[in-house]
Write a protein that binds this ligand. Structure first.
Ligand code: ZN
Length: 274
């Protein structure tokens, strides 16, 4: 039984050469259920037009990507990050997104423990606004290869600890298989996140063997070694009812004809058994 496309969402960054208009039109025509929007495609047209376009499409918008980057050496820089995130939460509300995905940040030379404290403080400062606008904040653990300067949260456990500290229905986790597939505690943490109602997002793609670039060489489902069916199965068993979001950064795929690439995305998605 092919996977129903109404459960599929695609991140605009997956089709980086396309504008938001092109993404929305192509995804709608393909019968894809949702689109997660990166801020770079809103920027050229403005939030109001993006909001209209998305509303007219009738597609779900699981996420606006991305906020975060809370740790900084000075309190004024940390405050700047919080202010920027406030704007992002407002943008998410304007376009009808369910959540903002947070890439939490890290600072070379600052201990990961200290950086995590600033992450909790930063998200805590945003909570009243997130509640008011009804926008969830999803912490995305990133693979430890990004621990130096992008994310001091690398495992599900570290994301959970921030959630447990803040104890808000608006704070949870975006599970990206690319980043956490290797985590020995993944199944247990997904189960726990289900129980704690913090399983907000599920990003799918694949880990290519012989990765050629740390950022722009992700695989499409089936290109690599991640057992996507198994991980998605754990999420479903834990009560996850959101969309499966395809998020692929890939110079290779960005160089393809994007219509052909979208066909391949759909084909690979339908080949899953999630
Ligand atoms: Zn992701």
């Amino acid at each position: 039984m092919p996977t129903d496309l109404k459960y599929l969402a695609v991140h605009t960054m997956t089709n980086k050469p396309w504008t938001l208009r092109q993404c929305v039109d192509a995804y709608s025509q393909a019968g894809i259920g949702g689109v997660s929007v990166w801020r770079n495609v809103i920027e050229p047209i403005g939030v109001d037009e993006a909001a209209r376009m998305l509303k007219d499409s009738g597609m779900k918008v699981p996420a606006l990507v991305r906020g975060g980057f809370f740790p900084a050496a000075t309190s004024s820089d940390r405050q700047k990050a919080i202010d920027e995130n406030r704007q992002i939460i407002d943008e998410a509300a304007a376009i009808g997104a369910e959540m903002v995905v947070l890439v939490v940040g890290a600072v070379p030379g600052m201990s990961l423990a200290e950086a995590r404290k600033y992450v909790a403080d930063g998200i805590g400062a945003l909570l009243p606004q997130a509640v008011d606008r009804n926008i969830k904040l999803a912490i995305e653990p990133l693979h430890p290869m990004y621990a130096g300067d992008k994310s001091c949260i690398n495992r599900m456990r570290e994301a959970r600890e921030v959630c447990e500290q803040l104890r808000s229905r608006m704070v949870g986790i975006a599970v990206d298989v690319y980043h956490v597939w290797w985590d020995p505690d993944l199944q247990a943490e997904i189960e726990l996140a289900g129980k704690q109602h913090t399983l907000f997002g599920l990003h799918i793609c694949d880990w290519r063997l012989n990765t050629r670039d740390l950022l722009t060489d992700r695989g499409l489902m089936g290109d690599g070694c991640i057992d996507i069916n198994k991980i998605c199965g754990w999420a479903r068993a834990a009560g996850f009812k959101g969309l499966d979001e395809v998020e692929v950064f890939s110079d290779n795929y960005w160089a393809m004809d994007q219509d052909e690439y979208l066909k391949l995305i759909v084909e690979r998605y339908q080949g899953l058994n999630v």
